[in-house]
Design a protein around this ligand. Structure first.
Ligand SMILES: Nc1ncnc2c1ncn2[C@@H]1O[C@H](COP(=O)(O)OP(=O)(O)OP(=O)(O)O)[C@@H](O)[C@H]1O
Length: 790
């Protein structure tokens, strides 16, 4: 025999106390009706036996179990596992509550200021939710813990209705950037529509307590019971109609039908303990007086940004009323005494870890269709630099057990559950339910809060894809669940390894969100408060793990969970010295095979999606091409139309321009013609002048010849004075002067006309030129004669 570890008592370094709870087989009726979930196994197939209590056992409770691999299994090793205690199939909820360390855990939260963590771990369908949340007839550890807390605090619990500044005061000291609501504010916010305005609601509220005239349900007074009232300013109380289904005379039947319908949670989301119709009608107390803006600010905190803000009231189905929820087991004999000079506030918050992300379960989507939720961060905040918290959660101040229960039910309706081949209502996320107990001196400073927290965790179950018959998103969820549980297993394994004291505890808890949330507060820390300059020492949390197992469930999955969660393990049938390694290798191979299976399914899905995307892409491309062609054609047509228009416009303009040019040219030609005329006239004058000069010259020569001739004929005759011009003939200076003056007069007239036609030209120059030419034509004598003559 090779024993890996004989000790099973938690060492002082143990992070968890680990309890094992075996679930009973389903009743014959359930087995018959749900054979897919509970295949009937022969008694010989039971592979798990509980060892008789040994010397070391507490309360005479067993602490060891042995598992024998089924005959068809490849594994032959018989393994023995040790736990803090083992609860067998017949154990009731109350046994678990009293027998595990839950009660001391609550005592630590109330008295020592030590955080407590209670979690369940097991294969899907092994009874985790049953243990933590209870069933139709039995309360779970969560409800029992809440009951014990409120019983112990009793009248020292503060109600936000009686202390208007409570929310603001809690807000001021909250380190997690939370949105803190009063219970009534939160419930108005979530169910307001169902509660306030029956006429607008699909399911009319059966009775309006504050306004009987609007009620459509007649209820005899005797049948009403007030279950809870939060004082004179209360806006909430819960009434129940204990008369069962009202008689037709008393009830508007349509209203009853509607109310029942409204009470039935969504089948997919219904936790098993809420799956049946309520046998009684619930009536939620109304009316809710209109709030002043100040009151609303206190109640809704930072959500109140719009001045016209009225709480958004998406239509929500009412959860079961607290009085319709199970009241058993009874723990009225249990209560802790608390500090008498302190007053307490209890804040409830809920979140789930889904696909390794944290989602607030109390943050109801404002739009029912908008199911996308914002995930939250687990981080250190300004007010909590050395300790991580889930930042931005909604927290509800619950003044009573009933209020806390309604909030719990509301959060559970948000949690992801789905029907799988292994469990008809299987949790698809790890659910966290947190109860913060805040304490301050009675009548002391309003912001001097201290406190600790109880966290109850309902882990999602590990499952084999083959057994669970899941596909698509549910299969992917299973992959994430198994992965996070594998990391949790590694952390727990480290704990069991370190129990023998040979190895230091080094827990690799930062591998995923789940282990971070479970383990990061397992170690003591000191936080320094900047505002007060004080250092607050925080104790390490106390943690309890309840492992649930179904001895008739699949061997591999169950043995794997037991293997890593047990405080100690013995292998009793070694085949080879390294058998445990081989075993682990086999189980690892099995796990990897499973992952491969999951990945194959995912791959097929992705391929299918890619194919669809490609087809869509192809279609989109074709469509785009067609649109492009249409646009091109349209543009082309438009361009042609515009070009033609432009051409027309241009041709018109061109024609006009050509006309203008023609006209201009015509005018120029006209001017030119006139200029030529003048020029021609000028030429005629010149010619005439030349002719006259020639003629004058000829005459002069003729005269000279005649004079010579005369002198030769009578030499006694005194020579006659040369005559410049013959009086008979008008070739003398007088005639020339007349001709010139004529010519000048003509030139002046023409110059004036020319000036009128071409204003830029000066006729003076021409005249001077012409004058100069006249002078040029005369010799000195003629010039003298000309001057004497004038
Ligand atoms: N101890 C028990 N006594 C009676 N019924 C039980 C017990 N444990 C579990 N059951 C029943 O077995 C069924 C499955 O249990 P439960 O939903 O608690 O499993 P689970 O481990 O939470 O599964 P999952 O991980 O899929 O959420 C439920 O109908 C529950 O009532």
């Amino acid at each position: 025999m090779a024993a890996t570890d004989q000790s099973h008592k938690p060492s002082p370094t143990s992070l968890f106390q680990v309890y094992l709870r075996l679930r009973p087989p389903p009743s014959p009726l359930v087995q018959l009706t749900q054979q897919s979930l509970y295949p009937l196994l022969a008694p010989s197939e039971r592979y798990l036996t509980v060892e008789a209590p040994g010397k070391e056992s507490q309360d005479g409770m067993p602490t060891h179990i042995t598992i024998h691999p089924p005959s068809d299994s490849r594994k032959r090793a018989v393994e023995k596992f040790a736990f803090t205690k083992v609860f067998e199939e017949q154990a009731e909820q109350i046994d678990i509550f009293r027998g595990t360390g839950v009660v001391p855990l609550i005592e630590g939260v109330l008295g020592e200021g030590r955080d407590g963590l209670l979690a369940t771990l097991g294969v899907t369908g092994s009874g985790k939710s049953h243990t933590i949340l209870g069933s139709k007839s039995q309360r779970g550890l969560t409800q029992l813990s809440l009951d014990l807390l409120y019983r112990s605090l009793d009248t020292q619990t503060l109600h936000s209705a009686n202390h208007p500044s409570l929310i603001a005061s809690l807000n001021a000291t909250d380190a997690s950037e939370a949105q803190i609501f009063s219970a009534s504010g939160f419930l108005d916010n979530v169910y307001g529509d169902c509660l306030q305005e029956p006429s607008r609601s699909r399911a009319p509220t059966p009775m309006m307590v504050g306004n009987p005239s609007r009620s459509s349900l007649k209820v005899p007074h005797s049948s009403l019971k007030v279950h809870h009232s939060t004082g004179p300013r209360s806006q909430w109380s819960i009434l129940s109609l204990d008369a069962g289904t009202p008689s037709p005379e008393e009830t508007d039947s349509s209203v009853v039908k509607e109310d029942k319908a409204a009470s039935v949670p969504n089948a997919e989301q219904t936790p098993n303990h809420m799956s049946s119709l309520p046998s009684q009608l619930s009536v939620w107390k109304l009316p809710i007086p209109r709030m002043t803006r100040k009151q609303a600010k206190v109640r809704f905190g930072d959500n109140l940004q719009d001045p016209a803000f009225t709480p958004s009231v998406p239509k929500r189905k009412l959860p079961q009323r607290p009085s319709a929820l199970p009241q058993f087991p009874d723990i009225s004999d249990l209560a802790f005494s608390v500090e008498p000079n302190a007053e307490y506030a209890i804040l409830v918050s809920m979140y789930e870890v889904y696909n390794d992300r944290i989602f607030d379960l109390l943050s109801v989507p404002s739009n029912q269709k908008d199911l996308r939720r914002r995930h939250l961060l687990f981080k250190s905040t300004e007010a909590s630099p050395d300790r991580k918290v889930v930042a931005g959660l909604r927290k509800v101040v619950c003044g009573s057990y009933e209020e806390a229960l309604i909030v719990l039910e509301t959060g559970l309706m948000e949690r992801r559950v789905a029907g799988t081949g292994s469990n008809s209502v299987s949790s698809r996320s790890h659910g966290f339910f947190c109860v913060e107990v805040k304490r301050r001196p009675r009548g002391g400073l309003s912001n001097s809060w201290t406190g600790s927290q109880l966290t109850v965790v309902d882990l999602a179950g590990s499952e084999r894809a083959r057994n669970a018959k899941t596909a698509g998103a549910t299969l992917a969820e299973a992959g994430k669940i198994n992965e996070s549980l594998m990391y949790l297993g590694q952390c727990l394994q480290m704990q069991s390894d370190s129990n023998d004291g040979t190895k230091p505890t080094l827990v690799p808890f930062r591998q995923c969100k789940l282990t971070e949330l479970l383990f990061s507060n397992s170690f003591p820390s000191s936080s320094h408060h900047h505002a007060t300059h004080t250092t607050h020492h925080r104790n390490a949390q106390k943690a309890i793990m309840i492992v649930t197992a179904d001895p008739l469930n699949e061997f591999n999955a169950t043995s794997q969970i037991l293997r890593y969660s047990a405080l100690a393990r013995e292998v009793t049938v070694p085949r080879i010295p390294s058998v445990s390694i081989v075993e682990m290798a086999f189980s690892e191979i099995a796990r990897l095979n499973e992952e491969v299976e999951i990945l194959n399914v995912k791959l097929t899905e992705q391929e299918e999606r890619r194919r669809e995307a490609e087809e869509n892409w192809q279609k989109a491309e074709e469509k785009a091409e067609q649109i492009e062609m249409e646009v091109r054609e349209e543009c082309w047509g438009e361009m042609e139309r515009r070009t033609a228009e432009e051409r027309r416009r241009w041709m018109g303009a061109w024609g006009e321009e050509a006309d203008r040019n023609d006209e201009h040219l015509d005018r120029k030609l006209e001017i030119l013609t006139q200029g030529i005329q003048i020029h021609e006239d000028a030429i005629d004058q010149d010619t005439r002048t030349t002719e006259l000069e020639n003629e004058n010259e000829a005459l002069r020569r003729k005269l000279e010849a005649l004079e010579r001739d005369l002198q030769c004929r009578s030499p006694t005759k005194a020579p006659r004075k040369p005559q410049l011009s013959s009086p008979s003939k008008d070739y003398g200076p007088a005639a020339l002067g007349t001709a010139l003056s004529k010519f000048n007069g003509m030139s002046l007239i023409d110059a004036a006309a020319y000036k009128a036609q071409s204003p830029g030209k000066t006729p003076g120059k021409k005249m001077r030129k012409l004058t100069a030419r006249k002078w040029d034509l005369m010799d000195e004598n003629e010039m003298d004669a000309f001057e004497n003559h004038y």
